[in-house]
Design a protein around this ligand. Structure first.
Ligand code: BGC
Length: 751
């Protein structure tokens, strides 16, 4: 279709689709037939073009290649996808360039829609703390609906990398340290992004990343190498990817790291053998930003051509902003170094998605300004963001029931560098908008409280300040208040990509500020904010009340106010351990026992520990308090032994024994006591989030089957071995209140 005609159609308000539907008979061919028909018409250059992705230079999230020819390349069919073009208007404009190419193959528009598009939701690590799959799915659903209405076809999410090292800044993008929970969350997020089916106007393709093992970067240093045994890879790091795939994820992204010496981008074992082979993945794999070319500094390829050859053979279908494919693949095929069948396979995978999205029927179907205006930042979307935000908050301490606060408090002082900050509420991977729509803590309190409460504010210090010059004003302000709310922590851009830190203590003199304010004797509630587990030992030991609020997005202040004043009883549980010291890292709950476990958690008598501090973290995986209290009791098993074709039903009772309605996450952990491979001291194998009114009880049921007891044995066979198992139920990995043992019996022994 001619550009002029397209423009005329756009101006007249008629959709291309409407015209196309009239002009053409409905296409009755299957997607695969249509893909093959198109492929047969394509030149090698056009095929390679489909494997090439450029960034728009407006929103780059990595180093840029030379950019002058990008738009020319689109017109000549040398580009299959753009990232970082967003908005109905801009995507339409750029798509229109593709419609001038010989075969008019539409572009795919990809973007990092990680925790919301226009309405920013909590960062993924915060959302994970909700242990609420419905809330997590909702967050992805809204992000999908908003971004799809703004012309986006494809989000580079979810990131499902398991992470045990809080120095790594990208922990904020994931679900934390646990494989089981991480797999559930991966599924929920894929379902949320992709909705009912690809092609719906409120759905975007998910891109599961980073395949694989990126979260285990040595030293927590971003982009660093990973050394990992196959058992840990298969047992701990791969399952969330598999779960996302089973949920229907359309695409995968590979990763920057090398794994045991082989860069993931050029790794056939990962992409061909596992993903496209054993797992039968039919979607396509995009490289990470320039990760094909980065195999040169890795010392794995000598030039872009060799990098391209390695990557395409290893199963990387699309080159993100690296220009290795577009400059080398045609020659590699002509020189008979790469079989054209490999190119055809990659092109087919990409075209199939374009057909499934309906882009060949109407390349502009997602670029609809009227829908964009209606969908973005709607009241309903903000209400959902507030709901998810309050569910993401973790109550770390509440001595003397200081919280919830009374709405009749006369004077409240908000103190700390994050108390009035809007921008930090959005978190690192938000689609950067102006910060006018982000609710600060102070504004959240203003919105919540009536005229009878006086609100005061003092900054005290900046986030990284070393000066205490502002302390006097902060102390004087605190003295005028009945209650002080302190907001301290990291700036939004201190965790995220390329944000690794060797020191993860609260930055600057902020902890000193809390000390100074607390010395006034006023009741102090501390809000700690960050995109990663932080260290704040003085606050943990001395503050009366602590809420960890992460980065909660657009509605942060309102959600925090809901929790502070008891309109919502906090129920979040940490999904990553908070260490006492960087020296403990990696510290995670599902570690092995060793031959010399320390009963005291310390090193004494030649035990496995440290001389100067316990092994345990400050706050463990699964930890989080509530305003109310819960009691677990009446543990019952329907049998104490079972054969592997059978199962055991476990029940227990949960009662809300406190004064507030609240939610509790009942957590089931198992341990294989003796096995042919040493097993973790505990592993999460089930949980239920339960909502109870004061005095109310509920019977919780778990069914234990062979799958939950299985692991990779010495031959790397997924199996459950007969023997004794420990069963632990509690409200945190370090607070187990119900324990028993059961047995998996040998079937052959019974025959
Ligand atoms: C990140 C990816 C991201 C991509 C596109 C890379 O630097 O590692 O996670 O999707 O950039 O922005």
């Amino acid at each position: 279709m001619q550009r002029t005609l397209l423009l005329a159609l756009a101006l007249s308000g008629l959709s291309y689709n409407a015209i196309a539907q009239k002009a053409r008979p409905a296409n009755t061919h299957s997607v695969d037939e249509r893909v093959n028909q198109l492929l047969a018409q394509m030149t090698l250059e056009e095929k390679v073009g489909q494997l090439n992705q450029y960034t728009s230079d407006r929103l780059a999230t990595g180093p840029l290649t030379e950019n002058s020819s990008k738009y020319e390349d689109i017109k000549t069919g040398k580009v299959g996808s753009m990232l970082n073009v967003r908005g109905a208007k801009d995507t339409r404009m750029v798509q229109e360039l593709a419609m001038r190419s010989r075969l008019k193959i539409p572009l795919l528009f990809g973007l990092d829609v990680i925790h919301g598009y226009r309405v920013t939701f909590p960062i993924p690590l915060a959302e994970a703390s909700s242990w609420d799959m419905k809330a997590i799915e909702t967050s992805a659903r809204v992000a999908a609906a908003e971004s799809a209405a703004a012309g986006i076809h494809w989000t580079f999410a979810p990131m499902v990398d398991i992470a045990r090292d809080p120095r790594w800044g990208r922990v904020m993008e994931g679900a934390g340290e646990d494989t089981y929970l991480g797999s559930m969350i991966a599924k929920a997020r894929v379902k949320g992004f992709q909705g009912k089916q690809l092609g719906d106007l409120d759905a975007v393709m998910a891109c599961v990343k980073h395949f694989a093992a990126y979260g285990a970067a040595i030293g927590g240093r971003d982009y660093n190498s990973v050394e990992m045994g196959d058992r840990t890879l298969w047992e701990t790091y791969l399952p969330p990817f598999k779960a996302a795939l089973d949920a229907g994820a359309a695409t995968f992204m590979n990763s920057f790291n090398d794994l045991n010496g082989i860069p993931a981008t050029g790794n056939s074992y990962l992409q061909r053998d596992i993903l496209k082979g054993k797992w039968g993945f039919t979607g396509f794999v995009v490289s990470d930003w320039s990760s094909i070319k980065e195999m040169i500094p890795h010392g794995f390829a000598k030039d872009p051509a060799q990098a391209a050859e390695i990557a395409i053979k290893a199963g990387s279908d699309m080159d993100m902003e690296g220009r290795a494919y577009i400059t080398s693949l045609v020659k590699l095929v002509n020189d008979k170094k790469v079989d054209v069948a490999i190119i055809d396979d990659a092109v087919r995978r990409i075209l199939r998605k374009k057909f499934e999205l309906g882009l060949f029927d109407d390349p502009y179907r997602f670029s609809n300004e009227a829908r964009e205006k209606k969908e973005l930042n709607s009241y309903a979307n903000r209400a959902k963001a507030r709901d998810v935000a309050k569910r993401s908050i973790v109550l770390l301490k509440n001595d003397g029931q200081l919280l919830p606060l009374s709405k009749n408090t006369k004077t409240i002082a908000v103190i700390g560098p994050l108390g009035r900050s809007n921008i930090d509420m959005m978190g690192f991977w938000s689609v950067k908008w102006d910060n006018d729509k982000l609710v600060s803590v102070y504004e959240g309190l203003e919105n919540k409280l009536g005229k009878n409460t006086k609100l005061l504010y003092a900054k005290g210090c900046g986030i990284t300040d070393t000066s205490k010059a502002g302390f006097a004003e902060a102390v004087a302000t605190a003295k005028q208040a009945d209650v002080v709310i302190m907001a301290v922590g990291e700036a939004y851009d201190m965790s995220g990509e390329a944000k690794s830190k060797a020191n993860i203590h609260i930055p600057g003199v902020q902890e000193e500020l809390v000390k100074a304010v607390q010395a006034t004797g006023k009741p102090v509630v501390v809000l700690t904010m960050s995109g990663r587990p932080m260290i704040f030992n003085w606050i943990a030991d001395n503050a009366k009340a602590i809420l960890h609020t992460w980065w909660l997005g657009s509605e942060a202040g309102n959600a925090i106010a809901d929790v502070l004043f008891g309109d919502y009883d906090p129920a979040g549980k940490l999904t990553m351990s908070f260490p006492r010291s960087e020296g403990q890292i990696p510290v995670y709950y599902n570690h092995k026992s060793t031959g010399r476990p320390s009963p005291t958690d310390l090193a004494g008598s030649y035990r496995s520990g440290y001389l100067d501090m316990p092994n345990s973290p400050r706050y463990a995986f699964g930890y989080g308090l509530s305003y109310t209290t819960f009691e677990l009791s009446d543990l019952k098993l329907d049998k104490k032994a079972f054969v592997d074709t059978d199962s055991i039903t476990v029940t227990c009772n949960l009662k809300n024994t406190g004064k507030y309605a609240g939610e509790e996450v009942v957590q089931l952990y198992l341990q294989d006591v003796v096995a042919s491979v040493t097993r973790p001291v505990q592993e999460l194998k089930g949980f239920e989030k339960v909502s109870l009114k004061p005095g109310e009880s509920k019977t919780i049921k778990f069914v234990i089957n062979k799958e939950m007891l299985s692991f990779y044995d010495q031959q790397m066979k997924w199996t459950a071995e007969p023997g004794e198992f420990k069963l632990m139920i509690g409200n945190s990995s370090d607070h187990i209140t119900l324990r028993t043992n059961f047995e998996l019996t040998d079937r052959s022994a019974n025959q």
